[in-house]
Design a protein around this ligand. Sequence first.
Ligand code: SF4
Length: 472
Amino acid sequence: MGNGFDIRLETLVNPGAPALDAVATGRGAGIPADVAGRGTFFLETFGCQMNEHDSEKVAGLLVARGYQQVETAEAASLILYNTCSIREKAAQKVFSRLGEYRGLNTGEKKIAVLGCVAQQEGEDIFTRAPWVSLVCGSASYRKLPQLLAQVEAGEQRVAGLDNDTDETFETEITRRDNPWRAYITIIEGCDKACAYCVVPFTRGPERSRDSARILQELKQLADFGYSEVQFLGQTVNSYLDPSPSKMKFSELLIEAAAVPGIRRVRFTTSHPRDFSPDIIAAMDADPAICNHVHLPVQSGSTRVLREMQRTYSRAEYLEKIALIRSAKRRTAITTDVIVGFPGETTADFDETLSLLDEVTYDGVFSFKYSPRPNTPASSLADAVSEEEKSRRLALLQEKQRAIQSGTLQSLLGERFEVHVDGKSKKENAWYGHSSCNRVVSFTSVNPQLLGEYVQVSISGCTANSLLGEHIL
Ligand code: SF4
């Protein structure tokens, strides 16, 4: 369910910060004159923050090659479609979109399919959609410069589909859309092999980036004027520094928080098994490390967790929650839940409901189970009917709504530091994020607050967000 945590990038107003301009266009990044004016590209992205950030890197790479980004597929000489296979019938939806792109193709345009569906469907895409020139899975992005060169040279079917690599995707320029919050991928792929998940197949094995390189990128972002960074990884806290310094994840957080100009350091998504006390110690030591943890549980039943191959029991998960609750600051906890996993009984589901009561999450992203190709769970008999899955999902969401409402009410009268992300349509009204990643809407007589950090006193709430007034 949607929960008021986080906002859509499209809603942001670009204040015209010179920093963004420089990063976006690659100005000052030394684009060689001989590649300038290579063509135009349109990049459409579906999926998670990892996909969004991959697209930012791909866009940076194209800008560095002399391409110019345009707003519509019609205006582009190269159309790239970064796909996600989390959604049900993902491949079907991708082929239908590719059909629309075909209608635009006058023979001049090149079309590329990137991301998880590219990896999943592979070269079959060329058979079903022969107007596609390039298919590249996420684990092969490091090869994109060579693959693009082949497409530019006129090759018809270019593919990057290996997913067994220990290399990460590094770019000289990243074309970021958000002028304040920058994503940095610190670990790619996943080794956890949850029974329902395609990620280990589509994104390859876990491989971490060199800590010095991450911190160098972060310092550069701070110089550009970014004040908030979000470390990304499918299992971000499983980070293992490959460099001789062997920096731990918690040490990386502390180093990042100490970079001058950086006010907030976030990280997502954490895996419960690797959530260790030193992460909480780091959050306690430096308040610049945000007090929000996204810790997917998936089910409250140990039996189902075992079937899902989640590597922890309900009791072990609750120990991690107790650890987070022991932090000095009240830390927001959000989670993901799957209902109707094959074999989930009503008793199992009741355990998930009781877990919600026990943890009192600040937000829950909940989904009905549906099988994904190439996953171990896809061969399990799907014992739970669609109707029953929908009933369970509705029950779970109703319970979570009540829990969230109680939590938000309990925050009335408190004060939050809010980063101002945008101006509302109403007069004197603004919105932004707290460190714990709550959306806060507030009023202020100040005519210009965009991008600033302000103190807000909370006086009300909606179902998903807090309302308040700017403390002057
Ligand atoms: S931890 Fe499990 S759910 Fe998360 S990306 Fe890895 S395999 Fe998928």
